[in-house]
Ligand binder design. Sequence first.
Ligand code: NDP
Length: 332
Amino acid sequence: IQQILLVRRPKGMPVEEDFKFDQAPMPKPVLNEVLLKTLYVSVDPYMRGRMSDRKSYVPPFQLDEVIKGGVISEVIASQTPEFSEGDLVIGNLGWRTYQTAHEDELRKIDEKLAPITTHLGVLGMPGLTAYFGLLDIGQPKVNETVVVSGAAGAVGSVVGQIAKIKGARAVGIAGTQEKLDFLKNDLGFDEAINYKDGDFYEQLKQTCPNGVDVYYDNVGGEVSDAVLRMINHGARIPLCGQISLYNLEKPDIGPRVQSQLLINSALMKGFIVSDYAKEFQEAEQILAKWVQDGKIKYRETIVEGFDNIIQAFLGLFEGDNIGKYLVKIADQ
Ligand code: NDP
């Protein structure tokens, strides 16, 4: 079998040499375990944090160990009554073509309810992140202006559509014209602007004539500096991600935003999706209904082949994906 190890802690943007493609013998499941064939691997920005040796909400990956993340697999042998051959499961699993896992690490997924890949995207962790960050912290109201950065990605694309469901105006920020077109034409965002344009701040002012009531922040850095200059009294700012900073070696120094929060009585609150674990089931059902009803549309960027996992992961930081970024490893 093939597997990918982290062999060096990346400095700045990770490079291929930080990882090692490795071979291992086919593992055998023991009691209460299953043998799994990997079908899809999810690449996610938060995994960059785990590659560094810094305190965070999840412990760092250990060197010379297999990288773990969101994976969908098929059970091909079982030593537990909980799972049978042919079951499809999701879990926090290794970047491996085959592996064993304990029954407690896995959740069964029903391929009749929705395409299986949605469990890593719109109906999975990224969709839940959009849902709780926006609704619990952002609390968008009818006719308010919701701005979301990283808007064409897995989380951001759902944020803007939930804002629309709640009757707010959705303004998306993304990095290519193709993404802007996708946000406006396919997802129904009211406006979409490119943060790489020289007159980005002018465009922001034009597209948010009534200021910003909710800023859902996925990227941080200069994009957020610009949006925070535009917040209204009582604005809410769910702090979801800071992808523009993940590969910096030194802390970024920017304008101090605290005074903007102070003079506007605004709320900025960080959160981790697992804070809401008790409410996941209910939220999954609501998201599934919205997808069924066509109120939430989604796209996935799927590349094929175990050998392409690292390239896909690095591509997150180059904006290669529209919607959830996945790697297909094998057919069912
Ligand atoms: P995405 O699908 O949004 O992929 C990342 C996107 O970020 C890229 O496509 C790229 O799009 C954009 N990007 C990359 N570098 C930069 C940069 N320097 N400045 C601005 N944009 C950049 O990933 P996810 O939807 O999975 O994650 C989005 C954010 O949410 C991340 O910050 C992630 O860490 C965070 N997150 C937080 C969770 C939580 O529990 N708090 C849970 C899940 C995710 P573009 O072409 O527009 O630049």
